[in-house]
Design a protein around this ligand. Structure first.
Ligand code: HEC
Ligand code: HEC
Length: 373
């Protein structure tokens, strides 16, 4: 009895002491969906997501006050951008197209082509700190940048998220990662059809397109499978690591399968010859909003992408010896092409784009604007 009283008291005391702590995050997922895997050292809280959201839209986070995460990841484009390849804060063009940020919380690996980047916290070190090429150019400007966030607004956001008002890069990275994880999208017409059993959510053309997508003729689902339309997934229901990287036959510079030297995909990380031209099959959720396409933005439209697969690759890439056996080319009628495009439009989630939590906070928390020298 006494022991029980003590334990009840302990619980009451614990609850009281938690009163001022951050609140656990509530995921907005369709019924029965697995919550994403969250690293133990960075639990999701509403307050961290709020701080991360403010930081995501803050240009003050780049060395010269020009570039926010949102400069390359635009909310209305499902957090991708219309440029084929992104341009960093110092004006240098990067080698890749900005990834859409959609259900990244479920991604098994991050970026277009890296098998070792598994946590968003790790990946964010690249845009923040990389210097070849510079994306935001934080390196050597850490103190200058932190001083810009020394305002009442950011102190209060930081205190709510971490218990005291000291902002540092560890906390910046944790908050940004939490915000990125909060960007979940499960309200497309496809979701209504597949997971909410609303039969009329997809049009007859979209239903035909869906059948083609999941057919052995077109093979799309082999690489863009699962509820996230990518084989690169990690969550409570999926313990198997599926093959996430493929050569789709975009290039063949030398007749032996070489991709352009500035970006050859997974081989640049693993140094394995057979990884030449291997890139991650990205999620196709909201893909109608994320043109141009592919790792280098080299295909302008969805029609272009589908014609590329129908041809079994592009130009000499069709005979790339490292090309996946699933990119074998197929005949299609114009109607079939349109049906497949319409199905891909059925993966657009308007509520994801309109969600005010995915846009800059109003009013924007103030920063101290200073020149960088
Ligand atoms: C200069 C443009 C630019 C800026 C600024 C930028 N990104 Fe990116 N982002 C990219 C590009 C390009 C990629 C693809 C990188 C690759 O594949 O190597 C990417 C990839 C990502 C990914 C991986 C997504 C996935 O599905 O694998 C995440 C997450 C991300 N960015 C978040 C951020 C955050 C948060 C910030 C701010 C700290 C940021 N980015 C700043 C251009 C940018
Ligand atoms: C062999 C695996 C594989 C098959 C089969 C496949 N894809 Fe892909 N898909 C990929 C990979 C890998 C990429 C990225 C390639 C790159 O950037 O080099 C990609 C990219 C895309 C993109 C561009 C996405 C973006 O954000 O830029 C679209 C759209 C797409 N695929 C649709 C389809 C459709 C539709 C089919 C069926 C006709 C299909 N894919 C079949 C692996 C595959």
């Amino acid at each position: 009895m006494a022991a029980k009283l003590v334990s009840i008291l302990t619980i009451v005391l614990l609850l009281l002491s938690c009163g001022e702590r951050a609140q656990p995050y509530e995921w907005d997922l369709p019924q029965g969906f697995p919550a994403p895997d969250i690293p133990e050292n960075n639990p999701m809280t509403k307050e961290k997501v709020a701080l991360g959201r403010a930081l995501f839209f803050a240009r003050a986070l780049s060395f010269n006050n020009t570039t926010a995460c949102a400069s390359c990841h635009l909310p209305e484009r499902a957090f991708s951008e219309p440029k084929a390849r992104s341009v960093g804060a110092s004006g240098v063009t990067l080698k890749r197209n900005a990834s859409a940020l959609v259900n990244v919380a479920y991604a098994g690996t991050l970026t277009w082509s890296h098998n070792g980047l598994r946590h968003i916290e790790q990946q964010l070190m690249i845009p923040l700190f990389a210097d070849t090429p510079i994306e935001m150019g934080v390196t050597n400007f850490e103190d200058v940048i932190l001083a810009r966030f020394n305002t009442a607004d950011y102190k209060s956001l930081t205190r709510a998220a971490f218990g005291d008002s000291v902002l540092n890069f560890d906390r910046i990275v944790k908050s940004l990662a939490s915000f990125v994880r909060s960007l979940v999208s499960f309200n497309s017409a496809f979701d209504d059809y597949a997971y909410r059993q609303i039969d009329e959510a997809l049009s007859p053309s979209q239903l035909r397109g869906m059948e083609l997508f999941f057919s052995e003729k077109m093979e799309c689902f082999h690489c863009h499978g699962g509820f996230n339309f990518t084989q690169s997934s990690k969550h409570a229901f999926q313990t198997l690591t599926l093959k996430a990287f493929h050569n789709t036959g975009l290039y063949n510079e030398d007749g032996n399968g070489a991709y352009p030297i500035d970006d050859q995909g997974l081989i640049d990380v693993t140094l394995e010859g057979s990884d030449m031209g291997h890139f991650r099959a990205p999620t196709l959720r909201n893909v109608a909003l994320t043109s141009p396409y592919m790792h280098d933005g080299s295909i302008a439209s969805l029609a272009g992408v589908i014609e590329f697969y129908a041809a079994g690759g592009r130009g000499k890439g069709i005979n790339n010896p490292w090309k996946s056996q699933f990119v074998k080319g197929f005949d299609m009628t114009k109607q079939e092409r349109d049906d497949l495009i319409n199905f891909l439009h059925g993966l657009t989630d308007e509520s994801f784009i309109k969600n005010k939590n995915h846009h800059p906070p109003i009013p924007a928390p103030s920063t101290i604007i200073m020149s960088h020298n």
